[in-house]
Design a protein. Structure first.
Length: 673
């Protein structure tokens, strides 16, 4: 049915009448420190919020106070680091006000950038319907650019697409040039800088042609928009009378510049953060953004949230003493509202096996005493430090979850290297064969399957391969990869020490896998440390089959995936300290506090890096509410050098003795074999 517009009935939507904002008894809802922040006047404000001090509560009540004063919600910009945090804060504001503040801008940097860029898409050579590349799509497009430029990965170990994307991202977020980033953070590719730059240019061109942006573009293009178009910078500067930013110590240079430009008119920028918890320099975060804030925003008023609702006085005395040794910081002292508890325990153990046995035994004791597993956590500086711990937990049937990652023995690089050893033990291990074949350039799933099918008919596929009769006719590139596999297997089987598991792992590394790590993983150094720990663990075994047997039996979840595993009612958390930031438990075990492992050895000669390591220690010890165990092995295996004596970490040595209780662990008869 068709009708003319003149005969249509008119109906008008009216804006809802703003509800009366209820009066809030701030002095009853907030402590005196929080109240000062919430009711502060205009101008730049720097809020130093210690762990467990209620910073989220303070921020949300600050927003509520602004609205209660009559500020239009559309004039408030609330910036968080995660979608979850933004949603939580907006929900809290709604609960406080008993209504949703319509029009309030809240979200992550990337969310806000997306909204602004769609309004001005033509100025960045896009249309408002531009697409956003997720990480996988971005990697795929980078790989296409590498292919188009005909870069030969077989001639030189050129970085894979995920590593290239990491290089581009670090350059964007730190506002530095590609060549500088490669030289400082990826020196193994220094001689390839010009080619990497060509890929970056091709990647930018492809995105323009496809009307696409990646995650980093949402920020870089937003900043370019503000810098290149004064009228737009002025418009947004006028629009947002109040800007509030959470976790400011984690901002990078790009994000800092965005806040500086957005807040350039009214200067009513409130940042909340804690320089003592700045631990993400490796991601491009710059603690100087927070420390230098008063210089960039003159007349900044500084507030401190030092009342801690989480930890006992004993925990906080240790934390305050340790972080107080940092020189470049805003001094602060956490004060506890909790009852007194036990002193933190410093526990030296003979080696990593005893360390694992002690921690797991103590976890089970605490559980028997009434502390659920989910109220406990084992934290560590580096992923490799948890290898023995995972084996012990599996041996004792203690359910555990690795936060923010997979189990040590389920990591790709660990499985890659062990696949070679699995073939030596069982030449008919189809999954291991396909895994080592697909590590080679030119061999994908189809060629790997073809090669295995030709080997599978033999009674001994390994012997067949070593005779170089395995495999059907292959293209030249795949044939090169196959010959490389044969060469590695000959090296593993053709020496007198072929039964030495640690030696075999080292040989796999030296046969090309070390170069594979550098080109395929952005965190190749960390993965190399994992493989060193695997060698150390393997050095306790005299036979390859026993090592593979123990890893299989002690790992409860096998295969490429743990889908289908029924999650237990409770489980212990294992986590790196970086992944544990923002979380809390009743009892925390901080393991591996040995000199040379924590702090990281490379930080000893660099005062800036050492202070970040001390901040990492501070974050770790402030995760606990009541019980803290600081453990370290006094010896460790280092293949092929043998056993090395270990001193306690610098962070333990610099603590006064009265802040901790020393535990001496005796030997029992039930240590793992």
């Amino acid at each position: 049915m068709s009708r003319s517009d003149q005969t249509a009935r008119r109906y008008t939507l009216h804006r809802p009448i703003p509800q009366q904002i209820p009066r809030i008894a701030y002095d009853q809802e907030l402590n005196p420190e929080q109240l000062k922040v919430v009711t502060a006047g205009d101008g730049p404000l720097l809020v130093l919020a210690g762990p467990g001090s209620g910073k989220t509560r303070t921020l949300t009540y600050r927003v509520a106070h602004l609205l209660e004063k009559g500020i239009d919600p559309r004039q408030i910009l609330l910036v968080t680091f995660t979608v979850k945090a933004a949603r939580e804060m907006l929900d809290r504001v709604e609960r406080i006000l008993k209504s949703r503040p319509e029009g309030l801008w809240g979200g992550t940097f990337h969310h806000i950038g997306n909204v602004i860029l769609r309004r001005h898409a033509e100025l960045i050579q896009r249309t408002p319907a531009f697409g956003i590349l997720d990480e996988e799509d971005a990697k795929g497009l980078v790989a296409t650019c590498v292919s188009d430029l005909k870069v030969s990965p077989t001639r030189v170990r050129f970085p894979q697409a995920n590593v290239l994307e990491a290089i581009f991202s670090l350059a964007a977020n730190t506002c530095r040039g590609l060549e500088e980033v490669v030289a400082e953070s990826y020196p193994q590719f220094a001689d390839l800088s010009s080619t990497i730059d060509r890929v970056a240019q091709a990647y930018r061109q492809r995105k323009r042609q496809g009307n696409l942006l990646d995650y980093d573009d949402l920020l870089t293009e937003w900043l370019r928009l503000l810098k290149d178009h004064e009228e737009i910078r002025r418009d947004y500067g006028e629009r947002f009378r109040y800007i509030l930013v959470d976790e400011f110590q984690d901002t990078n240079r790009l994000q800092f510049e965005l806040i500086r430009n957005m807040g350039s008119v009214h200067q009513n920028v409130l940042i909340v953060g804690d320089d003592a918890q700045a631990i993400y320099a490796f991601r491009g975060a710059d603690v100087g953004n927070l420390l230098d804030f008063p210089e960039v925003f003159p007349n900044t008023v500084l507030y401190r949230l030092e009342t801690n609702y989480r930890s006992t006085p004993e925990i906080l005395r240790l934390a305050n003493t340790s972080i107080g040794l940092n020189r470049r910081q805003f001094p602060k002292e956490l004060k506890s509202l909790q009852e007194s508890g036990p002193l933190p325990a410093v526990v030296p153990l003979e080696d990593v096996r005893r360390q694992a046995a002690f921690v797991v035994q103590r976890v089970l004791e605490l559980r028997e005493e009434g502390t659920p597993l989910e109220e406990m956590a084992i934290l560590f500086r580096a992923r490799f430090q948890a290898a023995e711990m995972e084996m012990e937990l599996a041996r004792r049937n203690v359910p555990y979850l690795v936060r923010g990652g997979v189990r040590f023995f389920e990591q790709a690089h660990i499985k890659d290297v062990l696949a070679y050893l699995r073939i030596l033990v069982n030449p008919r291990d189809e999954l291991a064969w396909e895994r080592i074949l697909r590590l080679q350039e030119g061999i994908g799933p189809a060629f790997a399957r073809r090669i295995w099918d030709s080997l599978a008919s033999s009674s001994n596929p390994l012997a067949e391969a070593l005779d170089d009769r395995g495999g059907s006719p292959l293209p030249a590139r795949a044939q090169t990869g196959w010959k490389r596999v044969v060469q590695i297997l000959r090296e593993l089987t053709g020496r007198p020490d072929a039964a030495d598991p640690a030696g075999l792992i080292l040989r796999v590394l030296r046969s090309g896998y070390e170069e594979y790590l550098k080109s395929h993983f952005e965190d190749s150094k960390d993965r190399r440390e994992d493989l060193e720990q695997l060698m150390n663990l393997a050095s306790n075994y005299q036979a390859v089959d026993r090592l593979i047997e123990d890893l299989t039996l002690r790992e409860p979840f096998k295969g490429e995936s743990i889908r289908g595993w029924e999650e237990p009612d409770e489980y212990l958390v294992l986590s790196t300290i970086h992944q544990a930031k923002g979380l809390e438990w009743k009892a925390v075990f901080l393991i591996g506090l040995s000199d040379g492992q924590f702090p990281h050895p490379k930080s000893i000669e660099d005062p800036t890096a050492l202070e970040e390591e001390r901040r990492l220690f501070y974050v770790a010890v402030t995760r606990t509410k009541r019980e803290l165990y600081l453990t370290y092995p006094m010896t460790r295996s280092s293949y092929p050098r043998g056993e090395i004596l270990m001193r306690p970490s610098l962070f333990l040595q610099e603590l006064p003795e009265d802040l901790c209780e020393l535990w001496r662990v005796g030997e029992g008869d039930d240590l793992p074999l």
